[in-house]
Ligand binder design. Structure first.
Ligand code: COI
Length: 355
């Protein structure tokens, strides 16, 4: 499909925030991408326009039935001023997988990638260069048909917005304390847990709030059926090092197939470190901590990359991992992934693309 992406440049560039103010997802660049869909025309009118609010009918289906999906990836500026994206093709594939689950029409992945590149190039002066910073890219789709009948929308918008970011967690790469959630669950197999859709994140807020009130940074999610198998940590995939083997919950229909997760597995395989994707029960972790074999744990995601876990709080027990500092393997993975993403290390895996 040949599409021409039109560009309308802003006449009023925004003042950019200081790098120390960035945080995560608080500031947005000068432009955004939009493309519309309706059942007669398919996807049409791909365009880059000045960043601005959009007018929505209050009856738009997304407000009522949550028919929406999103993605997240980052663009980096290297020391020699090249712009790199990390495995963006995987995001576009996953976007369409989520679209399929939410009954949203597929998007031409090549066009979406082209749109993303052109938008980043348009706003390239917004890519922060300090260590630990990047330009977070948020593609998303919303159902815009104004109708309260519960049926797939006949109209949609696909949009991409950009946000210069620093660390996702205030702790950065320092270990965080985690509450093992026993009341709420995030998702069940057959539901939408493996799609990147708003409802999964909304469903997690209550437990997150409870954990925050108790002084923990995140929750560890257990499965919704047996309430004993590990699923995710906060909004990230999770890994544990038990002696010299790394284990992570297998893809089971309720957890998100993270791109950082896949990257970590591939790196470990390349380093000849045994890595297993399988069911992991909370009892197994408690036992492993008691006998000293649970050495490290960390979350993986685009936003934080690697987030080490310092302690797990399960029922009345505090299971401390390591000695409060980032584990050796967590640090090695963090340095390898961020090094490749930033162009500091050679990308021997072909994961980055330059735009
Ligand atoms: C990620 O780790 O990239 C996430 O999914 C978090 C995002 C929702 C901010």
């Amino acid at each position: 499909m040949a599409h021409t992406i039109t560009i309308e440049y802003t006449t009023k560039k925004k003042q950019q925030p200081h790098v120390n103010q960035l945080g995560f997802g608080k500031y947005f660049t000068d432009h955004m991408f939009i493309m519309d869909y309706d059942t007669e025309k398919g996807w049409y009118d791909p365009r880059i326009v000045p960043y601005q609010p959009i007018l929505m009918d209050p009856a738009s289906k997304v407000f009522h039935y949550g028919q929406t999906v999103f993605e997240g990836l980052k663009a980096y500026k290297t020391a020699d001023e090249r712009i790199l994206l990390f495995r963006p093709d995987k995001n576009m594939k996953r976007l369409n997988k989520s679209n399929d689950r939410l009954s949203i029409p597929a998007i031409d992945e090549e066009l979406a990638l082209e749109a993303l590149k052109q938008l980043i190039l348009t706003d390239q002066d917004w890519i922060p260069e300090a260590v630990g910073t990047s330009l977070y890219v948020r593609p998303f789709v919303i159902a815009t048909e104004s109708c309260l009948g519960v049926a797939p929308s006949r109209q949609y918008k696909f949009m991409i917005i950009l946000s210069p970011v620093g660390s996702y967690y205030a702790e950065g790469i320092n270990p965080v304390s985690i509450h093992v959630e026993s009341e709420y669950v995030r998702a069940v197999a057959g539901g939408v847990g493996n799609a990147k859709t708003a409802g999964n994140y909304a469903a997690g807020l209550k437990a997150q709030e409870g954990a925050t009130d108790l002084g923990y940074a995140q929750v560890l999610w257990l499965d919704g059926v047996h309430r004993k198998y590990i699923e995710e940590v906060g909004s990230m995939n999770v890994f544990f090092r038990i002696n010299d083997t790394v284990v992570t919950p297998m893809i089971n229909g309720s957890i998100l197939e993270g791109i950082t997760r896949a990257t970590v597995i591939e790196l470990l395989q390349h380093w000849n470190i045994p890595v297993e994707e399988r069911r992991i029960s909370i009892e197994e972790l408690v036992e492993a901590q008691h006998n000293g074999s649970l050495k490290e744990a960390f979350g993986t995601g685009t936003a934080a990359v690697i987030s080490p876990i310092g302690s797990l709080h399960y029922q009345d027990e505090k299971l401390v991992l390591g000695d409060g500092i980032t584990g050796e393997l967590s640090k090695k993975i963090y340095d390898a992934v961020t090094g490749i993403q930033n162009g500091v290390l050679p990308d021997t895996y072909g994961w980055t693309i330059e735009i």
